[in-house]
Design a protein around this ligand. Sequence first.
Ligand code: GLY
Length: 601
Amino acid sequence: MAHTEPRNSLARTPNRRQWLQRASTTGIGFFAAGNMVASLGSSAFSHPTVAEQPFADETYASGKNVAASVHPLATEAAISMFRKGGNAIDAAIAAALTLSVVDSHNSGIGGGCLAIVRTANGQVLALDGREMAPKLAHRDMYLRNGKPDGTLSQDGPLAVATPGQLAALYDLSTKHGYLRWRDLFEPAIAHAEYGFQIDRVLAGRISGEADIIRRYPETARVLLKRNGSPYAQGELLLQPDLATTLTSIANEGIEWFYRGPFAKTVGEWMGQNGGILSADDFAAYQCKYREPIRSLYRGYDVIGMPPPSSGGVHIAQILNILQDFPLPELWKTDRNQAYHLLLEAMQLAFADRAYWLGDSDFVKVPRGLVDPTYARTLAQKISRSQKTRFATHHVPADAATNVFDDRKHTTHLTTADQLGNWVAITSTVNTSFGSKVIVPGTGVVLNNEMDDFSIAPNTPNAFGLVGSENNAIAPGKRPLSSMSPTLVLNDKKQPILSCGAAGGPKIITAVLRILTAVLDENLSVADAVAAPRVHHQWQPDEAVVEERLPDSVVADLKGRGHTTRSIAASAIAQAIQWTSDGNLHAASDPRVPSRAAAYEA
Ligand code: GLY
């Protein structure tokens, strides 16, 4: 079935409605408002809910203080912090903690995060709360009889890296938040203690992973029913152990987690169950502030996350390549060519990613990757009419010396306030429910971020991504990420857009699509998030297209030599835009039952 796309601002609203209607009738993932209200009503958490505010469309809201996340209860938690007098930083932290409880297949305190934060005084921070390999980790730890065994890096004790999200949230709270640390936990603890209604997405993830979850008795006890069957949509999930863990961290701070009972319990359990993560690894963990990547795209300052994210580097690189083409004009006159150019630029960037990218604290990642001159040489390799097969990566100037030297699954949330604080946090436990390990008594789902390392050269990880020696495992090293929290400033240095996504490597290409939709096509943020997406990650050599991309575009891409593969929905993105009337506009992704909301002080 062919679908039309937004072509100009007048067409935006009907097209977005069509997308939402289609999503709800095809099961792509849009919940009717009634379900969301039922979900909100299931909680014993007693603050006024966002459901009490009028919503024309749950995935879009505008006002002076806004939030968007993948889960209505997390967005509600953010709004409740604004209501208490908190700022966007408090709101984002409360939302992230709530996602630990209601969306633990995607992210949580057992995982990590990357964040781009703009504070009210104009400072822009790139905060790395990425997990770190344990000190006993080594390059060949997933080789068995000389062959890489991906099951070991994906499930079970050996897959777990030292969690980083809590350290990052705590640092943000103490330096930039208004509210007390313990206040930020109130919604999360309430949802863990009194339960929440399982939505369609979580029910699907639990049943999809049930066979693996059953291998880990504690995880099965927490996430499955007593008889071992998965919970259904609408049933209540209570997590008393997680409520106790969160209460301890709320009252005693992150020391309890990193240097206290939590680290000790996890370390002992790992030692008894074949893991290598130790209490010492927790004690050694530190979040890091890094120098954000800044690139100029058609007059806008695009700010992204440097390594260990690959997102900031490759979004800058792709935008630099696209700058050589008249994209704003092409979106009006030849959209097929615009999509083709996106795919070609993506291919070039992902070929470089596979070779060059890794934790810049350990390996040399050339700064030249984001150099506009290098992008121009790459742009010249692109044919505007035909797909090109790029056999390998390319080499930017001074690759050895000019390096970054700053020492389904996953979720993105974003908040902004009337003071000028903006937060874009992408968090993850990596794949669904991470390692599937919950250490008894803790309630915390532990990540499997070790699989984001290259466990062996040219061995694809869970996302089909390959990597080089640069992303090989080493103790204390951070695995390469695709998480791409991004902020855009206008020529007056005012923040005008933040965005980010979940979806492994499709994060990078979804963020790129939103950037070009807003900056080149002049779409509203809601339409930009809903706009059809294309994705190419070099290997495999295929153009992944969303089903709602018009058939005519897909046929045209095939005609140019692309092998296309159609998927229902690509990454899940959230974004906020500021418009010159002074309003903030939040959009959550209509591909899932997400929520955007606003609060007027
Ligand atoms: N775990 C997904 C990512 O960081 O890219």
